[in-house]
Design a protein around this ligand. Structure first.
Ligand code: 9MR
Length: 469
């Protein structure tokens, strides 16, 4: 009785031709366990979309409308993916080439193809400094602000109910170490342009998830800290935001960061989804395959990482084709990177949800002289803006190393900590204590680690005190 139940349940996912063979093989004394083993193997997805779906995620790709007449391209698209992002067709220059004149022909083609084939759509991108039509590039001030709000409203309304997630604002932070906003005509309309865009998008399409999307934010660094601070502030003030997109364009100069998973997790911990939105990894062979697997495992290990999109199908479809960064070669054959991605999706053993012990790259130079004696020392660096700041504290172990540590920061009157990462904080005002978390308490002599916190009010000055255990 129990073996026949197990066989029926297990064989339900086996293709009919396999099922007939299995049934005849099980006549007599063949153990139900063997059937179960075969059925388990057959239950692993055989495409990126089905494998991701079995893990509760989507697997998507950027799509170019002019390739939808390429049968090889469409064959792979329909077989492997269940989410599409129009690569250029929903951008401002494409959808509103003249002010107030909206053209959706190419973008609609992609949306129709997606809907006809059971795929969802990531909208990309409503407000961005790049790929603006000439007329918008020439606007400034309140005229540009109004035009931006109208654009967001019109495009999000046109696609209302058809979009899984919108990249509402794309790439609004500067590269480099200061965590500042990127200078652009939009930024010069006022620092609140981002939240204004999010509010307009929510009003136009309340069912779409609204994302902030950027690159070089994949690990913890000054830029991702600044995005983190903005998202924290939006959550605290009720600005509508549902997700953060991590573009994840990698190459040998910018590999998958060691703290990739930890960085996804800290954003997820703010209470929103995270998505890998434009994944491509330059390279070839095993090294490239391993990097893809690392990215997939990181997403699977973060419960609010809801999906992965690659930025094109074949290497020849890529915006940086010479780097052969995608999962299929120019002939549409599966690469080693494809197999590693599929295997990682099918793996039942995602890497642990506790972030691995990582030492993020220092944002301040390490002390030039080793710290004297036992105990620990701490130093503080700040990114500030009117009314708030992000602080990065570097903890360095003394000559005995540490099993644990705690750094104490004294805040000016009226200042409050709103959140912290890579440390457990006690209190929010006055003297605030930050203790190590599980993965960064143990430091060898002279070794450093960093934690951070965000605050409102005047930033702290001076050197934090540090005690070691
Ligand atoms: O892949 C897109 C390429 O076809 C365009 O020429 C380029 C123009 O800016 O944009 C590419 O897509 C970008 C995406 O919209 C935002 N993140 C970076 C992507 C690669 O540049």
């Amino acid at each position: 009785m129990s073996s026949s139940t197990a066989r029926d349940r297990g064989s339900a996912r086996v293709r009919p031709d396999r099922r007939a063979a299995l049934v005849s093989a099980t006549v007599g004394t063949v153990a139900a366990g063997m059937v179960l083993a075969l059925a388990t193997a057959a239950s692993a997805g055989t495409t990126l979309a089905t494998s991701a779906a079995e893990k509760g995620r989507y697997f998507g790709t950027a799509v170019a409308a002019n390739k939808l007449s390429d049968s090889t391209y469409v064959g792979i698209l329909n077989r492997e993916f269940n989410m599409v992002t129009p690569e250029n067709e929903m951008k401002w220059d494409a959808t509103e080439p003249s002010q107030g004149q909206f053209t959706y022909t190419s973008a609609d083609r992609i949306v129709s193809h997606a809907q006809a084939n059971g795929m969802r759509v990531r909208g990309h991108a409503l407000a961005w400094h790049s790929q603006q039509p000439g007329w918008a590039q020439n606007l400034s001030g309140s005229a540009l602000r109004s035009a931006m709000v109208n654009h967001v409203t019109q495009v999000a309304t046109h696609y209302k109910g058809k979009i899984h997630s919108w990249d509402v604002v794309n790439e609004a932070f500067a590269d480099g170490g200061n965590g500042a906003r990127r200078d652009s005509n939009l930024q010069r309309t006022g620092n609140d342009w981002i939240e204004v865009a999010f509010r307009a998008a929510r009003t136009a399409d309340p069912s779409a998830k609204l994302c902030y999307n950027d690159y070089n934010t994949d690990g913890q660094n000054a830029k991702s800290n600044a995005v983190y601070a903005m998202v924290s502030d939006f959550k605290a003030r009720g600005v509508p935001i549902d997700c953060v997109g991590f573009q994840s364009h990698f190459n040998s100069a910018s590999p998958v960061p060691g703290d990739y998973q930890a960085n996804l997790q800290r954003f997820a911990n703010l209470g929103l989804d995270v998505q890998i939105t434009e994944l491509d990894i330059e390279g070839s062979g095993t090294a490239q395959a391993n990097s893809y697997a690392t990215v997939v495992r990181a997403c699977l290990a973060v419960s609010r990482c809801t999906g992965i999109s690659v930025w094109g199908i074949r290497d020849t479809d890529s915006w940086r084709a010479s780097g052969t960064p995608l999962l299929f070669d120019g002939n549409g054959n599966k690469k080693a990177a494809y197999t590693a991605t599929l295997d990682a999706l099918n793996s039942g053993t995602p890497i642990p949800t506790t972030p691995p012990p990582t030492t993020p790259p220092p944002t301040t130079p390490p002390p030039t002289t080793p710290p004297p004696g036992a105990g620990c020392t701490a130093s503080l660096s700040l990114q500030t803006w009117t009314g708030g700041f992000v602080a990065t504290v570097r903890v360095t172990a003394g000559s005995s190393g540490t099993n644990g540590w705690a750094a104490t920061v004294t805040l000016p009157s009226g200042t409050a900590v709103t959140n912290a990462w890579n440390a457990q904080s006690s209190g929010t005002t006055g003297t605030v204590r930050f203790a190590n978390v599980a993965y960064n308490g143990r430091l060898t002599a002279g070794q450093s680690t960093e934690f951070g916190f965000q605050g409102v009010g005047t930033p702290p000055a001076g050197t934090p005190s540090c005690t070691a255990s």
